[in-house]
Write a protein that binds this ligand. Structure first.
Ligand code: GUN
Ligand code: ZN
Length: 460
């Protein structure tokens, strides 16, 4: 396997400032086509950093020059490029990079044929380390600076991921998968080992630097009631750890869960019956949620991660974005690597847009006319995700005091982007062009906590 090496540049003594077209959301733009009060845009702006990597100030070049003596700063000129908050991917499996684009199956068979065999390799620490490096490198190359990540059932999978994240000073949230039934024997833990291994990982890593832990029962198919009790115990014991799991992704999965929990009111109610829904819980997919289930998520202040490339690839169905909006769900976007087909949040926004378009009708209620606007799409990939994860005081925008995770985009990175951009008159049109046509080639620079990340790939 190729061994990607990445590093953060060593900062000099001088504090830094970056100049370019600065854009970030400040609030949920809903479906407004030009939600002026929900974003900041400085066509020629400066973002001033503190030496510790936090953002000191942001504004137009004229405003910032009037307020600050920048003579002592190193000003990095990205004129002609966009400066945005780093993307936040709220659902991905780092162990599944090797099975992206595996052919022909829907969820249950895809897990059996492709996902479980590849996850078995993570019993090997060296493999976990190599895969962690590859994964984090891919995130950064695509402009994603934070992710909520599934490991595998092996405790070592998360030790490796966190150790590599720590070297890059990335805010990564992740957890060891809990699964004690309906999967190959070598991938099973027990309620007791799942509890103690997760607890050991929490004690070792949670809030160490920028790392945070997420309790990770895979889904109701592979966790026994006893294991869900153990997960709930952990969720109760730690008031700032996260919890992530899958729900209502695929109709066969929903039917299987009905057989396993015949008395439950619904799939989501199973998790609720165990006390697993609340703040800092992130439910993934929800393609087949009922109105009652959407309502339950909203009432319990839980978040939902919409993973369009995965839902299309596995043929899981079309996520009902309008219902999620109607119920005011804390929504965000996930790549769901490796059922998802791209690490890029541009590609994820692109396919989210198409999923919403596929359900658009003009005939019925106004709700059905909703389109995913570029403002909303960028919101879901930045501030919306930070809000869903309750880290919006740290990340998601470029306001003073935030952690300095940001990206520099070249809106003319490819011939097609350059050609199309000439015809993009408004900010909304420029953003829409980027979300539909950009990929990793448009990610010109990536900053993690104020330091520029560089990539070196070797074959050693
Ligand atoms: N449901 C349970 N496990 C998984 C997984 O690994 N990928 C997806 N897409 N859905 C799941
Ligand atoms: Zn998943």
């Amino acid at each position: 396997m190729q061994n990607p090496k990445s590093a953060l540049e060593i900062t000099g003594d001088k504090p830094k400032a970056v100049r370019g077209a600065i854009f970030f959301l400040t609030n949920d733009p809903g479906s407004e086509s030009d939600p002026l009060s929900c974003y900041q845009f400085y066509d020629d702006g400066i973002l001033v950093l503190q030496n510790d990597g936090h953002i000191l100030d942001v504004g137009s070049t004229i405003q910032i020059r009037a307020k600050h003596h920048l003579e002592s700063h190193e000003i990095i000129d990205f004129s002609g490029k966009f400066i945005l908050p780093g993307f936040i991917d709220t659902h991905t499996h780092y162990a599944q990079s090797e099975i992206i684009a595996t052919y022909g199956e829907q969820l249950v068979q895809w897990l059996e044929h492709y996902a479980y065999p590849v996850e078995s390799q993570f019993a090997d620490n060296a493999h976990a380390q190599l895969a962690s490096r590859f994964f984090l490198n891919e995130l950064l190359r695509n402009g994603t600076t934070t992710a909520l990540v599934f490991g595998t059932v092996h405790k070592a999978s998360i030790d490796a991921l966190f150790a590599e994240s720590e070297k890059l000073n990335m805010r990564i949230i992740g957890g060891k998968v809990m699964m004690d039934r309906n999967a190959p024997v070598d991938l099973l833990d027990t309620p007791e080992t799942a509890y103690t291994d997760s607890k050991t990982l929490i004690e070792a890593w949670h809030n160490k630097g920028r790392i945070q832990y997420a309790i990770t029962p895979r889904f109701a198919v592979t966790s026994s009631p006893e294991q869900l009790v153990a997960a709930a115990k952990l969720y109760e014991e730690y008031d700032d750890v996260f919890l992530q799991t899958h729900v209502a992704e695929n109709l066969n999965e929903v039917a299987l869960v009905k057989q396993l929990f015949p008395k439950a009111e619904s799939y989501l109610h199973i998790y609720d019956n165990f006390g697993l829904i609340g703040p800092r819980t992130v439910y993934v997919h929800g393609v087949h949620l009922t109105d009652d289930e959407f309502d339950l998520l909203a009432r319990k202040n839980a978040a939902l991660s919409f993973c369009p490339t995965s839902n299309l690839f596995l043929g899981s169905g079309l996520f009902n974005f309008r219902k999620a909006e109607h119920h005011k769900i804390q929504l965000s976007l996930g790549t769901d690597i490796g059922a998802g087909t791209s690490y890029s949040m541009f590609q994820t926004m692109n396919e989210a847009y198409k999923v919403v378009q596929l359900q658009k009708t003009y005939a019925e209620s106004p709700e059905n006319k909703i389109t995913l606007t570029p403002y909303k799409a960028f919101y879901l990939a930045t501030l919306g995700a930070a809000r869903a994860l309750n880290i919006d005081k740290k990340l998601g925008s470029l306001a003073p005091g935030m952690e300095g995770d940001f990206i520099v985009l070249n809106p003319e990175a490819t011939p097609l982007l350059r050609f199309r951009m000439q015809n993009a008159r408004s900010l909304a049109d420029r953003l829409f062009t980027i979300m539909m046509l950009a990929d990793d080639r448009a990610v010109y620079a990536v900053y993690v906590m104020g330091r520029r990340w560089t990539e070196k790939t070797t074959n050693d």
